[in-house]
Design a protein around this ligand. Structure first.
Ligand code: ATP
Ligand code: F1X
Length: 303
């Protein structure tokens, strides 16, 4: 079974204005409320692909109920810990460019945190746990460490999609997959990366530290898959970009959902890229129909 963990879910409130005037009254052309948070996005894409999964994490208040209802409507399995505080609302402002304002996240009480750890203690060998997104400050910076320890104790595989020290600390525990984008990879090592060779060099360092597979996404510029033995490049399909929010999560969903079937790495890479692009070309997240259509446009080359 695949599990996603979203410690800090959100309602993504997508607001479109023609011309943003700061310090003035702006009126929306269009708005949309979506269940959000990185792990929840991964679950929604896994669901499109027919990959059985359960979404875990913390949900609370009217915002939490909205998210839960939306996931139920899509028949996504959930097992969230209910918290007393309200789940956050993240603003995604489209005004020619995309400006995001993400909330810090609710207060999580110690007994609520313990509730999630307890749910994860039922994991089994063969399970894959996808840990994605920010950690609400009240949980403490080491909360991913605690979740990873439970994965190790239960012999479940884990994927981690976060940045900075939390990602670096996770590597020694041998995640099945990490997926920094090219900017995050450079930041992680405090360097500037200008060439594909440099991307591969730094991507390999993540493998040497413990990651089993490394995906490096470069938005519209393609993606790299680095394994212990090989490096592959994928082209990305061409299309009109409508929304980049959740493209990275969709890529993880496409990759893990496919890899979980028969461990076919290159097919997982292809589906990961197609899923990321299908989201980039949609108002909401990728649909199975568009993923399948884009899949055949992805060209993978061994470097
Ligand atoms: N402009 C684009 N054209 C085509 N595909 C895209 C584009 N932007 C993103 N994608 C697809 O989505 C994948 C992930 O994109 P990106 O590198 O932006 O990840 P990310 O930075 O983690 O995304 P996010 O915006 O969700 O944080 C890419 O590998 C690609 O398949
Ligand atoms: O604040 P975090 O947890 O880093 O990111 C949260 C978030 O921006 O990530 C998703 C897109 O990847 C959105 O659904 C959500 O609003």
């Amino acid at each position: 079974m695949i599990y996603t963990v979203t410690l800090n879910p959100s309602i993504d409130y997508i607001v479109e204005v023609d011309d943003l005037k700061l310090g003035d009254l702006n009126r929306m052309n269009r708005d949309l409320k979506l269940p959000g948070g990185k792990g929840i996005n991964v679950s929604r894409v896994l669901n499109q692909l027919g990959a059985e999964n359960t979404a875990l994490g913390f949900l609370g208040g009217f915002t939490g109920r909205f998210i839960n209802d939306k996931l139920q409507e899509d028949e996504i399995q959930t097992d969230f810990v209910t918290i007393a505080d309200d789940t956050r609302i993240n603003i995604k402002l489209k005004h020619g460019e995309e400006t995001e304002i993400n909330g810090l996240g609710p207060a999580i009480r110690p007994e609520e945190a313990a509730g999630l750890l307890n749910k994860l203690s039922a994991l089994q060998k063969g399970d894959i746990v996808i840990l994605s997104g920010s950690v609400p400050p009240s949980l403490g910076a080491d909360f991913y460490d605690r979740l990873i320890n439970v994965c190790k104790q239960t012999s479940a595989e884990f994927v981690i999609d976060t940045t900075g020290p939390a990602l670096m600390d996770a590597l020694v525990h041998e995640p099945l997959l990490v997926k920094p984008n090219h900017h995050e990879l450079a930041e992680l090592f405090g360097v500037t990366i200008d060439t594909q060779e440099e991307l591969v060099t730094y991507g390999r360092k993540l493998l040497e530290t413990g990651a089993k597979h490394v995906l490096i996404s470069m938005a519209g510029e393609g993606a790299l898959l680095i394994t212990k033995t090989d490096v592959y490049h994928a082209s990305v399909p061409k299309g009109v970009v409508k929304n980049s929010v959740g493209a990275g999560d969709s890529m993880i969903g496409g990759f893990v959902g496919t890899f979980g079937l028969n461990e076919d790495l290159l097919e997982a890479f292809r589906m990961g890229v197609a899923s990321g692009s299908a989201t980039a070309f949609s108002d909401d997240l990728a649909t199975r129909e568009l993923i399948e259509k884009l899949r055949i446009q992805v060209i993978i080359t061994k470097l």
